[in-house]
Design a protein around this ligand. Structure first.
Ligand code: AMP
Length: 113
C-alpha cells in the first residue's frame, strides 16, 4: 500500500490537530471541515478501506468504534453526531487509508448526499 497523508499524520511528519490517540488508533481535526466539529478517526495499521478489513482486523475496527464513543464524550458531542465512511473512489474516498468521519455541530439530512 502506497504511503498516504494519513500515514504521515500517524508518523507525526506533518502538523495535525490530534484530539485522541492510543496504541491502535488516532483521531484528528479534518483540515477541510464539513461541519463545526469534523474529526477523522483512523487505525494505525494501514488498512486501505472497508473492503480491505481482514478477519484479523476485527478487534482493530471494533476498537475504532469504542474510541469514537470516548471521543464523542470528550468533545461534548455525545448527544448526536454522524459517523461516515466513504468506501472506494465512487463513494468519494480520497485517502486510501480506512477512516471514519465524525461530524457534529449542525443538522444533518437523510438520506445523505
Ligand atoms: P475521504 O474523502 O473520505 O477520503 O476523506 C478524506 C478526508 O481527509 C477529507 O475530509 C480531507 O479534508 C481530510 N484530510 C486530508 N488531508 C488532511 C490532513 N493533512 N489533515 C487533516 N485532514 C485531512
Amino acid at each position: 500500500m502506497a504511503e498516504t497523508i494519513f500515514q504521515k499524520i500517524i508518523d507525526k511528519e506533518i502538523p495535525t490537530e490530534i484530539v485522541y490517540e492510543d496504541d491502535l488508533c488516532i483521531a484528528f481535526k479534518d483540515i477541510n471541515p464539513a461541519a463545526p466539529i469534523h474529526l477523522i478517526v483512523i487505525p494505525k495499521k494501514p488498512i486501505e478501506s472497508v473492503d480491505d478489513v481482514a478477519e484479523e482486523d476485527e478487534a482493530i475496527v471494533g476498537h475504532l468504534f469504542f474510541a469514537m464513543g470516548k471521543i464523542a464524550k470528550q468533545q461534548g458531542i455525545d448527544r448526536g453526531y454522524r459517523v461516515v465512511t466513504n468506501n472506494g473512489r465512487d463513494a468519494g474516498q480520497e485517502v486510501m487509508h480506512l477512516h471514519f468521519h465524525m461530524l457534529a455541530g449542525r443538522g444533518f439530512s437523510w438520506p445523505p448526499g
